[in-house]
Design a protein around this ligand. Sequence first.
Ligand SMILES: [Zn+2]
Length: 665
Amino acid sequence: MSSASPGRSGRTGDKPKSSSRPPPDSPPWITILEESNLVTPDVLQTALREAGQDPRQVGGWLVEHGCVSQRDLVLAQAQGYAMPFIEPGDYRVNLENRALIPEELARGQSVFPIFAGERIITLAVSWPLNLTVLDQIRLHTGFEVDQCLASPRELQHLIEWAYGGFESEKKAKTVEAFAWEDILKDVADAPAVKLVNVLLDKAAAGKASDLHIDAEEQALRVRFRIDGVLREVPAPPRALLPAIVSRIKVLAHMDIAETRRPQDGHFKLAADREELDIRVSTLPSANGEAVVLRLLRSGGHLLSLEELGMDTADRDAFDRLIHLPHGMLLATGPTGSGKSTTLYSALTRIDRVRQSIITLEDPVEIRLPQIRQVSVNPKAGLTFHGGLRSILRQDPDVVMVGEIRDRETAETALQAALTGHLLLSTLHTNSAAAVPARLLDMGTQDYLVSSALVGVLAQRLCRRLCQHCARPADDPEAILSLLPKNTADALSASWAGRAAGSALMQPMGCKRCGNTGYQGRIGIFELLIVTDEMRRAIMAGEDERTLVGLARQNKMRLLIEDGLVKVRQGLTTVQELLRAAGHVDIGANWAAVLSQSDAADPDSAGGEYGQSSPASSGRRRHAPEASGFDIAAYEALLGRWLQAANQAGAETPPASVCAGPASEN
Ligand SMILES: [Zn+2]
C-alpha cells in the first residue's frame, strides 16, 4: 500500500498543477503533505513564498498558521527523511541520559539522548542533524549516534524537564500524569466530569483493559473488557453522551468541536497503585460518537512465558528460536489472543545489552528497558513498511514489527530475516500451519517464506480459574458433552483410575476474584518449528494439512490439545477453552459443537463488536432520562456490578443489576 496515493483522487477543483506544485528541489515531506491532502497546493505556495527558502521555516509557518498539525507535519517529515518517528511521551525516558551531552548542545540543537546503549545513543531530534553536529556529538560522547524525529514541542518539554530551569515546573505538568485529585477537583460539580471519573475509576478497579461507550438510538451502551471478555455494565442516560465525549476529549487533548472525523488521543492517569496510559479513539456513528478507551498499564508487570502457562518443552524450543542469529518467528492468533505479550516476553529473554533490539509498534503498548521502541502511525502515512526500512539501516540484531498486514511489510521483513536479523512479528491466522499460505496469499515469494521462516507460535488466552474458589464440577458429564465424543472420551480416559471427569473444575466466585470465579489468564499454545522437510513442502506448494502432518511427526501439540491439558490441570475450563479456541477448524465434528456453544454464550459469540442480544436491547428501553440522574447511585451500582455474582463469568449479564438505573430514580 503506497502511502503517497490515498486521497489523491478525492481532490477536486485543483488549479492546474504546473502553477501550484512545490519547486522540484523542495524536500520530499512537502510533497508528502501535498499528496496526502494535508495541505492544499495554494496554501503550500503561500507558505513557500512567505517563509522563504529554509524548509524548516516552511514547516513552522504551516503550523503557526494552523494549516497542519504539528504531529502531521513531523510524521510527514519523518517519512520524507526516512527517519523513525518517536513520541517522547510514550517512553519512560531515563533523565540521567542528560549527562551524556552538554546542556547548551541539547538546548541549542533541540536534541535529547532518549536511549543509550553500550555503543549507540539514540537522539530525539526536532530536525535531522547535519554531519558537523553529528560529528561533534560523536566526539564528545564517544558513542555512535542514531537519530529519530520528534515533535519540537514534545522535545522542548522533555529538555526542560531533564535539564530543569525556570520553566521546567510548569512544563513538566504536561508530561506528568494527571493525578486523580486533579481530575476530581476539576469542576467537581459538572455531572459529566464526575461521571467520567466514576467510569474510569471503576474500569481501573475492575482491571478492565478497555472501556467502550457506544450510542444506540435509544440508549447508551457501556462495556468493560475484563480478562479479554467484553462485558456490558450499567449505562448512564443517553442524553449525557455529548457531555461524556467532550470530557474525554478534553482529557485526551482532542478537538471537542470535531465530531465528524475519527480522532485519537491519550492521557495518563495515576490511579492509587498504578499508572495508566489511556489511549482514546473516537469514531463518528449514526447515533453519535463512539468512544473506546484502552487502559494500558505502563508500570505493569509483564507476564513471563512460564506465567502464561507455556509448558517446559515448548518453552525450551521457543527459547532456541529466539536465540537464533536470524530468521522470522511469528506469533499468530486473533485480536486479543496475547500475541504481543508473548513477543514482549520473548524480547525480555534476549540479551538486551549485547544485542541491539528495535521494535515498531502501533502504538507502543508496553515499555521495555534497553529496547528502542518506535510508534508507527499507518493512518498518518508512517507505515510498518516505511518504518521497517528505516530501522534496518540502524543495524539492529533483533527487530520486532507489531504486525504484518501487507505484501511490502512481509517482503521487507522476510528479506531482513534472511540477512542477519532475527525478526519477530504477528499475523492473523487461526493456526500455526496456516502461516505459510497466508504469507504466500499476500504475494510474497515461496523461496523467501520457506527459507526465512523458522517458527510459528499460535496462541489463545483463556481465563484462569481462581485457585481460591474453584471446585470439582457438579455435573462433569454435562461439561464433557460440550466436547466431541472422541475428545471427551480421550479426556476421561486420561484420568485413568479416577472417576471420569472428577478432576474437571468449575468456577465458583469469591472475594479474591470479584466473584467471577476467574483470575488472570492462561495461554494455550501451538508451536510449529519449521523443518527442512517443511521447507520443501512449502516450496512444493503443499497445503496446511500436509504441514500439520509434518509438524505432528515432529510432536507438535495442537492448540486444542494444549488447552485440554490445561483443563485437566484444573487451570481453566472446557467452556473457556471453547470460547478462546472456538474458531480453530479441526473438522466437521467440532463445527457443530462449537456453534452450539456460541449460541449458548452470547457474550463470546460476537467478539469485540458483537451484536447485542434481543434481551439486552429490550432492557435498555427503560433507560432513565438525564434529568434526575443520580451519579452517586450510579457509582454504587457500578460498584455492585463489579462485585456482582457473575459466577459463570461470560454468561448473561445480570439483568436485575443492569436494569438498575431506572429503579434507582
Ligand atoms: Zn475466587
